[in-house]
Every structure is written in C-alpha cells, then in structure tokens.
Design a protein around this ligand. Structure first.
Ligand code: AMP
Length: 478
C-alpha cells in the first residue's frame, strides 16, 4: 500500500499531511500525485469528497519548492500556480487546504473571489504569492486593474470544470488561458465530462494522463439511495417526519430554487427544526456563516441550491435530502457526492412528487440503478399520482399522469410554480440566461473595493408575493 512518503514529498509537506491526520493516500491521490510530480498534464475524473484537492495541491507544493524563499520582496514571490474554481466556497476551501498543506514551506498562497472587497485581495497580491486560487471573474477584475502578473505561471488547475461550464464561466476561463504563458502544466478536474468539457480538454491538455476514481456517472458505493413518493404539497411535512423519526442531526437538503430554499428554511425553523439556507442570493459572509453553523452543529439542516452547495467540504455527512430533484442527473451525482465519503455510509433521500417522475427516470438511467421506493404510512397513497412512481406500477403510469391539481386554478398554480421555478432556478446546462448576478453575469470589470450588491429587497419580495398567491390558490383547491 502506498504511503505519502513513497511519493518522495518533502518532509515539510509530509509533516503537514500527518497533522491533517491523513494516514494513506486516497485512490485519486494515489493516481494523480506521481503524474503531477512527473510534470504531466492530467485529466481527472473525480468529484468532491474523493480527496482531489490534495491530489493536485500536494504535488504542486512539491513542484514549487525550488521557488520557495523567505525574501520580503514581492518580486521573489511570483504567481507560479493558478487554481481556478467555479464558486467562492470551493475557492475558499481549496485555498484553505493549500495553506494547510503548505504551512511548513515558505511558499505563499492566497485566494481571490467576488462578492467581497477587492482591496485586501489586492494587498495580498502586491505582497506576492506563488499559489493563487481564484474564481474566474474576480481574477479578471484583478488583471484588468493591473494587480496581477500571470507571466510566470507554470501550473494551471481547472477545478470542477463541468460546473464552470454550467455557470457560464468557460469564456472567462478562455480569456484567462490567453493571459498565461503557453508552456505550462495543466490539470483539469471534473466530476462529469460533457462534450464541451471534452473539447476544452482537447484544446487545453497536452498528452494528458487520465486519472479517474469513479466511472462516469457512478455514484458513491457507500451511499444508499431511497425515494419517498409524496405529493408536492406534503413534502415539508414528510421531511420533518423523517428528520424527527430518524433523529437526524445533520442533513443537507437540496431545493431547486433560491426562493424555495429560503422558504423551506424559514418554514422548518417555524416548525421547530433548526435550519439555514445557503444560495447565490446570500452574501459571501452569510454563506460562510451558514456553513460554519452547520458544520459546528448549531443548525441541523442546511438548505441549499446546487450552485451554492457545489464543492462544499462537509465531512461525514450522513444525509443528503433531495427536497426537489435536480434539473440534471449530473447534479444528482454532485449532490449525493456530499455523503458516503471516505468509506463512511451515507443516505441519499429523495422526496419525489409525481411531476418529477421524468427527472427520476433520467437519474436512474444515468446512475444505472433503480432506486428503492418507500411509501411512508400517511404520506404516499393519499396523493393521487404518488403511486405512479412505484416501479411495479409502471404499466399503469400513463393513466395516472393527469395533473395532480384539478381545475383551472390548479393548472394555473402548476404553470405558475413552474415558471417561478424557471425564473429562480440556478443555471443548468440548458439555462439560456444568467439569473444570478453574482455568479452568472458575463465578465465585467468591477470597481475596486466595491462589494457586489445583493439583489434589492423589492426584487426578492416580488416572487414571494406570487408564491403567496400560489399557495392561496392551492389551499382553496384543498
Ligand atoms: P476533497 O475531495 O478534496 O474535497 O476532500 C474531501 C475530504 O477528504 C477533505 O475533508 C479532506 O481533508 C479529506 N482528505 C483528503 N485526503 C485525505 C486522505 N488521504 N485521508 C483522509 N482524508 C483525506
């Protein structure tokens, strides 16, 4: 069995690894570390939770050691490695890992991402760093303001490339590539490899070594998947029932929209379940606070949207709940990547309403697995179309596929909720227009030291009124 020492890593790096409590490399580390140390390009198929950060960060630190020095002169601390990550949370976590693993070396690192003031970042860049972790937009902002010299970059990492694509960052990434010296080592990590990512690999990577820890679309082996058929209106009740029944202390609950996540967190709190929401509408500080509260156990339920949860490093999470199924099967894979980590068992629970059965079928096709259904007494059979989700009733499915809401108000409500979902949805590959001005705005240089504004209250309230009307409509139906 390989140990970290077998890779020939420097004692100061090994010391930091030991302090982290890592006793042996994970499979992705086993595969990637020697390849990166050998200077080869890497195409890495790995999702968060596999130890992929250390898989690139450790050999990068090792390769940069010849540049390590204790000089105070910024000129002696040029950016040698650039790590691009799609979200602020992921960038912050990667930077934290790099700093931990490199703490006994004089190599310097920092992170830049949007949504916070530029000045402290500019100061750190001015002082000089060897390793820079960045989200694409903010990196371009700094470059535009001539705060950044990328002419000495030797190593580039594109982390979670598929998410970069989902979030519309590929043009920014390409712009960044054009700013880098052509001769460099490139590492690309992605959980999935849609065609566009394959194209990017072909243009970016030169004779890459492929390292992969889970076959495409395979979900973590240690995760038990379960579907609870339920009507849309009773999902919250069912969620609370499951949380109480099983005495769940920590669960990450996914909603399809930011509005939905906010509303669910609010309602859970009202019903006595401590919950907080994390999504693109929240400021960086609010998101980090929510994450901290969750990690420290202050709140038991973190309600998240796909974009916000991407890359979150939450260890040993026993439960991931899909309050709503994601728009793409790939997102299901990403979501459940939060549980069943490092050999621990985890449970992925999906509350599936009849209108989601096509999404469920797509997910099952993608993960090549039929997910077990369980109807909880009092929650399933009452809902007209719930049983159409039971596999043994497939033949009857067509007959059951009438709208669950009857009457014109019901249809209006369905239409309304769908368009609300569309309007607020975090982007998917198919999303035509950016919806989150923090994440999805095409690149525009921002003003120095300006914190990006959160959407004004009026904008937030508008859809809530629609939903209130919607719920009223539903209640009248009942
Ligand atoms: P990542 O996939 O990089 O987000 O890492 C997931 C989690 O695994 C992080 O909490 C790491 O600290 C942890 N981790 C990374 N490498 C190892 C290792 N070799 N042994 C144990 N835990 C690790």
């Amino acid at each position: 069995m390989t140990s970290f020492a077998d890779f020939g890593l420097a004692p100061e790096i090994l010391r930091a690894i030991e302090e982290q409590g890592y006793t042996q490399p994970t499979p992705i580390q086993d595969q990637a570390i020697p390849v990166v140390l050998a200077g080869r390009d890497v195409m890495g198929g790995a999702q968060t939770g596999t130890g992929k950060t250390a898989a690139f960060a450790l050999p990068i630190l090792q390769r940069l050691l010849p540049h390590a020095n204790t000089s105070a002169s910024p000129a002696r601390h040029q950016v040698r490695a650039l790590i691009l990550a799609p979200t602020r949370e992921l960038a912050a976590q990667v930077a934290e890992s790099v700093a931990e693993y490199g703490k006994y070396t004089p190599l310097r690192s920092t992170v830049v991402f949007g949504g916070v003031a530029m000045e402290p970042q500019t100061d750190a860049l001015r002082r000089g760093v060897e390793i820079l972790v960045a989200t694409p937009g903010r990196l371009l902002d700094h470059h535009q303001q001539k705060q950044l010299n990328l002419s000495q970059v030797e190593l580039l990492v594109l982390d979670e490339a598929d998410r970069m694509l989902d979030m519309g960052f590929i043009p920014d990434v390409k712009r960044i590539l054009s700013l880098l010296p052509p001769k460099r080592q490139n590492l690309l990590f992605s959980a999935t490899f849609p065609d566009e990512i394959r194209k990017l690999c072909a243009s970016l990577l030169s004779s890459p070594v492929t390292v992969q820890v889970a076959p495409k679309h395979a979900t973590a082996d240690m995760v038990t998947h379960k579907v609870y058929p339920v009507s849309r209106e009773r999902k919250r009740e069912l969620l609370i029932h499951i949380i109480r029944e099983r005495d769940i202390r920590q669960a990450l609950v996914f909603c399809a929209t930011r509005l939905g996540a906010n509303r669910l967190a609010y309602q859970l709190n009202r019903d006595g379940v401590h919950a907080t929401a994390i999504h693109g509408d929240k400021s960086q500080l609010e998101r980090l606070e929510a994450l901290d509260q969750f990690k420290s156990g202050k709140v038991g339920v973190l309600v998240a949207t796909d974009v916000a949860a991407r890359g979150l490093d939450i260890e040993d999470l026993p439960y991931v709940v899909n309050f709503e199924l994601p728009n793409t099967p790939e997102d299901y894979v990403h979501r459940i990547g939060r549980t069943g980590r490092a050999g621990k068992s985890g449970e992925a629970v999906s509350l599936v309403s009849p209108d989601e059965h096509e999404k469920l079928a797509d997910i099952e096709k993608t993960i090549r697995k039929q997910i077990a259904r369980e109807i909880l007494p009092g929650f399933g059979p009452g809902a007209a179309r719930t049983s159409s989700l039971m596999p043994e009733r497939k033949a009857e499915r067509r007959e059951r596929e009438e709208p669950s809401l009857t009457g014109s108000a019901g249809r209006r409500a369905e239409r309304g909720s769908r368009s609300e979902r569309r309007a607020n949805a975090e982007p998917t590959r198919k999303a035509a227009a950016p919806v989150d001005d923090i994440f999805f705005k095409p690149y525009e240089p921002s003003q120095a030291s300006v914190t990006r504004e959160e959407p004004v209250e009026a904008e937030r309230r508008k859809p809530e009124r629609q939903v209130a009307a919607l719920l009223g409509g539903l209640r009248k139906q009942g």
